[in-house]
Design a protein around this ligand. Structure first.
Ligand SMILES: O=C(O)[C@H](O)[C@@H](O)[C@H](O)[C@H](O)COP(=O)(O)O
Length: 232
């Protein structure tokens, strides 16, 4: 894991936006297209706003999410709405966006979407993840019944459905196996609590303790291919 620390969240957002924009533009230059998956939640908002101001050939971009809440696309908890309001709506020309959930989506439709992402988006050029204070990333939550599958580095599918009793709604998440395929893998965190959790996770890994937080699996599997961007 590589750690980049920034003096404040504005600098973090601006410098990560410049880095991601250069990674995307290099992909466009070499393959005439680029693909990216971004986390939802609250942390990435400043980053999305800064990224929307970067000089990228957005018409060549395929953008999706690392995970989504199973709500209507205009629901206030929708990550698609968050991404649209803070990034996609500001892009000229527009990028292609693939949502991870539509109301009433069936398991068959999820499997078909997973295959479509595999064929049209993967391997992702850039992934920017977030992390919760319980050590989840994407929607791979500690008490998810199918967490083992979600963290299995050999899991065959891009997407899986996550249902956890204490979550307000069911989720759709990318699997760790899918995220690890990213050419540029970033984790964007703010606040001392999350940095302390990351350090505790590293200590657990070094002591070869069983995985307590999902983030341990990401750190262990990704190794130096993961760059953590931290601001207080
Ligand atoms: O749907 C989501 O909530 C995100 O994709 C999730 O994985 C997020 O990155 C963490 O929960 C951190 O959220 P905050 O940025 O709000 O702390």
């Amino acid at each position: 894991m590589n750690l980049v620390s920034y003096a404040d969240r504005a600098l973090q957002a601006e410098q990560l936006a410049q880095l991601v924009a250069s990674e995307l533009q290099q992909a466009v230059a070499s393959q005439d297209k680029a693909s990216a998956a971004f986390a939802g939640g609250t942390t990435p908002v400043l980053f999305f706003k800064a990224l929307s101001k970067q000089a990228v050939d957005w018409s060549k971009l395929r953008i999706t999410l690392t995970d989504e809440r199973q709500v209507e696309p205009n629901h206030e908890r929708s990550n698609a709405l968050l991404l649209t309001n803070n990034l996609l709506a500001n892009l000229q020309p527009p990028a292609h966006f693939q949502a991870l959930y539509q109301l009433g989506q069936t398991a068959t439709e999820l499997a078909s979407l997973s295959l479509n992402l595999q064929q049209q988006f993967f391997p992702l050029d850039v992934v920017v993840l977030g992390m919760g204070n319980d050590g989840h990333f994407a929607s791979l939550f500690p008490h998810a019944p199918n967490l083992a599958a979600g963290l299995d580095p050999d899991y065959p599918d891009i997407l899986l459905e996550i249902r956890v009793a204490d979550l307000p709604e069911a989720r759709i998440s990318m699997s760790l196996a899918a995220l690890l395929q990213a050419k540029h893998l970033h984790l964007l965190i703010t606040g001392a609590d999350k940095k302390q959790l990351l350090e505790q996770a590293q200590t657990r890994i070094a002591a070869r303790l069983p995985v307590q937080w999902p983030i341990e699996a990401l750190l262990q599997q990704a190794g130096d291919s993961l760059t953590v961007h931290y601001a207080p």
